[in-house]
Design a protein around this ligand. Structure first.
Ligand code: PHE
Length: 454
């Protein structure tokens, strides 16, 4: 096998890679987005489709991303180009990397706004001004925040700075140190919250809301949202996992690591749902409340609990940490590319990227106040960024990656890189990647378009 030289650092161990990729995967998608889109799409049937998408589409594509990244040893843009050329195909495959960089910027812009809400709630919890609030006050609080451009701007800015500081530190000193401590802490806290919700009295209602299969509730649009979310939550289709894969030590198992990452990510989403819905029902709130779900129901619940102030503070701290470790991976592909292309140090790269994503974030946060009436295809800026990235760009990026790894990259190369000793497992992966994943994405896309045009 031809060994490529890399200009980047690599992770300290396979475990660090798993932790970093899990840090990327576990984020606002799991704790903020998954519960509310499950609520909006009727619960059980949606969860089932989401789980099928993770297994049949997400996991195989994640393996492909890690594999291409590690083989290419560079940013997704250059890795796609080199790995394609190595198999005798056009270097234009780098366009997949470019689309990913764009998607990363777009996701970051709304991600940072929501992370800003988290920081604001963290500060409010810390200051004790969310103690014993009722549902009405909680709703007012959240709506008041959205209307307040300056406050949103401050917290968005704080978050961008936090992310860029880690990016500046580089793979070892920045990223690795960030994930090593934050991830274990997140797991502990989430389980504590789960236990609280089990005792809150409405656990069974929460459980059946999530796991009772109710086919009538399933629309074509919700299938698309489930598919899109499986890409979003696993950080697929835009190169984040590919970039992280390129820092993975050679000769470590890709399949095993990916199963672990996918499993942990799914676990966190389900636990977050089981922690949040019982609280929603216990407080007679609406599970379909939309993006405010976490910011309205949880403060109410914490407000009633003994020790709720500390507990709520810790909860928002951990959601903030989860968002932080994910957001880093949204800009890592672009950072790596800047260092490769221009030989820039990470500091100037982070500064340039920081300014770009900060500006995009300002546009996203304005859509709750000063630009509330500005619509693109009927969406506010925030919703447009969220919808197009999660439901169009990521699945499309994933489709290209699957087609590339399944049909264009030479099989000897993927065999070498994945090093799966069991022939059946390799076959299973290969067939899913070649047929199941691309067909599923294409069919869901086409049916949705068809339904729209009707
Ligand atoms: N996976 C992250 C989450 O669930 C979001 C993300 C998407 C991060 C794409 C990186 C790339 O919150």
């Amino acid at each position: 096998m031809q060994e490529r030289k890399t200009i980047h650092e690599s992770w300290g161990s396979r475990w660090i890679f798993i932790l970093a990729a899990t840090g990327s995967a576990v984020g606002l998608g799991n704790i903020w987005k998954f519960p509310y889109i499950t609520g909006e799409n009727g619960g059980g049937a949606f969860v089932l489709v989401y789980l099928v998408c993770i297994l049949a589409v997400g996991i195989p594509i994640m393996m492909a991303e890690v594999m291409i990244g590690r083989r290419g040893q560079q940013s997704p843009i250059n890795a796609m180009r080199d790995v394609a050329e190595e198999s005798g195909h056009s270097g234009r495959w780098s366009l997949v990397g470019w689309m990913g960089v764009l998607a990363g910027f777009m996701i970051f812009s709304f991600y940072s706004v929501v992370a800003g809400w988290v920081l604001y709630y963290l500060a409010s919890m810390g200051a004790g001004d969310l103690v014993a609030i009722g549902s009405d006050t909680a709703v007012q609080r959240f709506e008041g925040l959205l209307a307040d451009f300056d406050t949103l701007l401050i917290w968005h800015t704080v978050f961008v700075v936090m992310v860029m500081l880690v990016i500046m530190g580089g793979v070892r000193k920045g990223l690795e140190n960030a994930v090593k401590f934050m991830m274990p802490a997140l797991f502990v806290l989430l389980f504590v919250l789960l236990i609280y919700s089990m005792q809150s009295g409405s656990f069974m209602r929460g459980w059946s809301f999530m796991f009772d299969f109710n086919i009538e509730k399933l629309t074509m649009q919700s299938v698309l949202i489930a598919l899109g979310h499986s890409f979003f939550t696993l950080s697929l289709g835009m190169g984040a996992i590919m970039a992280y894969g390129s820092y993975m030590p050679k000769h470590t198992s890709i399949g095993g690591s990916v199963l672990m990452i996918g499993g942990l990510d799914t676990l966190v989403a389900l636990v977050a749902g089981l922690a949040i819905f019982p609280i929603v029902f216990a407080n007679q709130l609406d599970p379909g409340a939309g993006p405010g779900l976490m910011f309205i129901t949880l403060p109410v619940a914490f407000g009633q609990m003994p020790g709720g102030q500390i507990f709520g503070f810790l909860f928002f701290m951990l959601v903030g940490l989860a968002a932080w470790t994910s957001a880093i991976s949204l800009v890592e592909p672009a950072t790596a590319w800047l260092t490769e292309r221009f030989g820039w140090h990470r500091i100037p790269s982070s500064l340039v990227l920081g300014v770009i994503i900060w500006l995009l974030g300002v546009a996203a946060l304005s859509s709750f106040n000063v630009l509330a009436d500005f619509k693109i295809f009927g969406f506010t800026i925030f919703d447009f960024l969220d919808f197009t990235t999660a439901n169009i760009m990521l699945p499309l990026g994933g489709l290209f990656i699957a087609v590339f790894a399944g049909w264009f990259m030479k099989q000897v190369h993927s065999r070498e890189e994945l090093a799966i000793s069991n022939a059946i497992w390799f076959k299973a992966w290969y067939i899913t990647l070649r047929y199941v994943a691309p067909v599923a994405v294409a069919v869901i896309f086409i049916l949705n378009l068809y339904e729209k045009l009707q």
